[in-house]
Design a protein around this ligand. Structure first.
Ligand SMILES: [Zn+2]
Length: 521
């Protein structure tokens, strides 16, 4: 049976158990969280409570429909409710995380992740996967947070350049809960070297997790683990139409488990809803930012697993008072900074349009003919009304620095071909309009390239090209390498460029022009 058909078959078995699959967009707020779990009354169960990609989101956020979601205090209340349903001795609860805990908000970033560790310690976290963004502030900071944490942050597939295990990154652990010995293996995405600043992981290798998981799971069983769970900062996407199917790193991993040695997987990285069984292994991913809680019940007495994603809705459940106090204490000294009004915004922006807007900001700040913003770096939307510094910070939280290259026209054309040749376009452009044919072979897709003054790109001219140091370190595979005549580190932080641009353009309107136009003749 092929990988895809096996995943499709398993999908149909589990689809009644939870809100499986679909696009990454959250369901309508009318989807009520499950409040009871009658199946737990018979047999023996392990309830795995799972979060992932929390990204420092201590406070609730409104989604695109205006529904308030997440927030640490509400998440804590949902965790407590799910734990209360799981009573010893029939049921044992574990709290796990799929990685990317820290990066993304002023509250977390200004404390280099400390508030999130304080929260996770308080929640009684058993273990977490090692996310790519755990490396964003360098290995020393990550090691300090690992020391602060009462739970291990696991990365079994991380080695040094010679293939040796890295001593300071734990691989796995065995936790004993209600007398049950549970082995937990952590996995980091193989995309880590291009999805954090490459310089922070230059001495590390992120190797194929499949043999690592098979080997570690067997070893954990030999050490007495009665159950083995993988926490993996690796994800994928499920679709319900036209045919239910799932694709991505985590499904390949599940498919690669060769013996009956892994009982469950907590996934992350892709911010997507996942609740599915692949190769007899239940997998859960609870979107991102604490907006949902994964509840995965694994039977120790032969029943089928039951997987659900519970929406974390502040309007539906009272916050946990202790965690609410913790969040207030963290936020109090930041109020003046994050609530500072910057400008008026006329048009809400997200995705491609916001990426183009950010590229415009960087072109202006960096004095470029052309500028680029990477799609993965647009971390939140920009709502209409008064925009605050805190909101801008969450759009561009990485503190990347702007770099200006002087490129020959030939070099600029080569970079464009590289960007347009990627499986998905990851670059938002400013200062140039490119028409291309995506059906042509990568490297020969450009049909026309016109600069903002209306003149065509000339191969023999020089152009100033502005992007972030992340991209210049080949983040997202987008480093410009051909025809580079000069490299200038501008000493401008991306958030400062964005703040200045928003201020100067208030009331802010969305750029509506298309810059990368697909044309298939
Ligand atoms: Zn990630």
């Amino acid at each position: 049976m092929s990988l895809r058909s096996r995943i499709v078959a398993a999908f149909s078995l589990i689809s009644l158990a939870g809100c499986a699959g679909g696009s990454a967009a959250p369901p309508p707020a009318s989807v009520a969280p499950a409040t009871a779990s009658p199946h737990l009354a018979t047999g023996r169960w392990v309830r795995i409570l799972a979060t992932n990609d929390f990204h420092g989101t201590l406070e609730p956020r409104r989604d695109s429909r205006g529904v308030l979601r997440g927030g640490a205090a509400t998440l804590a209340a949902e965790i407590r409710r799910a734990r209360d349903e799981c009573r010893a001795p029939q049921c044992t609860a574990l709290l796990l995380d799929g990685g990317d805990e820290f990066q993304g908000t002023p509250a977390s970033n200004l404390g280099f992740g400390r508030p999130v560790v304080a929260l996770f310690n308080r929640l009684g976290r058993h273990a977490a996967a090692l996310g790519n963004h755990e490396f964003d502030w360098g290995q020393d900071t990550l090691r300090a947070r690992m020391r602060d944490a009462s739970y291990p942050i696991l990365g079994a597939n991380v080695t040094d350049a010679s293939g040796q295990d890295v001593a300071w990154i734990p691989d796995d652990t065995i936790v004993v809960v209600n007398g049950l010995r549970v082995g937990i293996i952590g996995i980091a995405t193989v995309e880590t070297p291009t999805s954090t600043k490459p310089s922070t992981v230059i001495d590390l290798r992120f190797v194929d997790p499949i043999p690592v998981v098979n080997r570690s799971a067997r070893a954990l069983r030999a050490r007495g683990a009665q159950l083995v769970v993988v926490v993996a900062h690796a994800g994928g996407f499920c679709a319900t139409t036209p045919t239910p199917s799932c694709e991505g790193e985590i499904f390949d991993l599940a498919q690669g488990v060769t013996e009956r040695v892994v009982d469950a997987i907590v996934s992350g990285h892709t911010h997507s809803p996942v609740s599915i069984v692949v190769n007899d292994i239940p997998i859960v991913q609870a979107r991102s930012h604490g907006s949902a809680l994964g509840v995965m019940d694994v039977s120790l007495s032969g029943s089928s697993p039951v997987i659900a994603l519970r929406d974390v809705l502040p309007d539906r459940i009272a916050p946990d008072p202790g965690v609410d106090s913790l969040v207030r204490a963290v936020m109090a000294p930041l109020q003046t900074l994050v609530n500072r009004p910057i400008a008026q915004v006329t048009d809400s922006m997200s995705g491609l349009v916001l990426g183009n807007f950010m590229a415009d900001a960087y072109r202006s700040a960096g004095g470029g003919d052309v500028a680029v913003m990477n799609r993965g770096g647009v971390r939140a939307g920009l709502d209409s009304g008064t925009v605050t510094y805190g909101e801008l910070f969450e759009i561009a939280p990485f503190a990347n620095m702007l770099v200006r290259l002087t490129l020959t026209g030939t070099g600029l054309r080569a970079w464009l071909e590289k960007a347009l040749g990627q499986p998905q376009l990851r670059a938002h452009l400013s200062g140039i309009t490119v028409t291309y044919d995506s059906a042509r072979a990568p490297g020969s897709r450009i049909l026309s390239a016109v600069m903002s003054d209306g003149r065509p790109l000339v191969d023999t001219q020089s152009y100033r090209f502005v992007y972030s140091d992340f991209l210049n370190m080949n983040g997202d595979g987008l480093k410009a390498t051909e025809g580079v005549e000069r490299v200038e580190e501008l000493g401008i932080v991306d958030i400062d460029a964005l703040t200045d641009w928003v201020k100067r353009n208030s009331p802010v309107r969305a750029p509506r022009d298309a810059r990368a136009i697909v044309r298939t003749p």
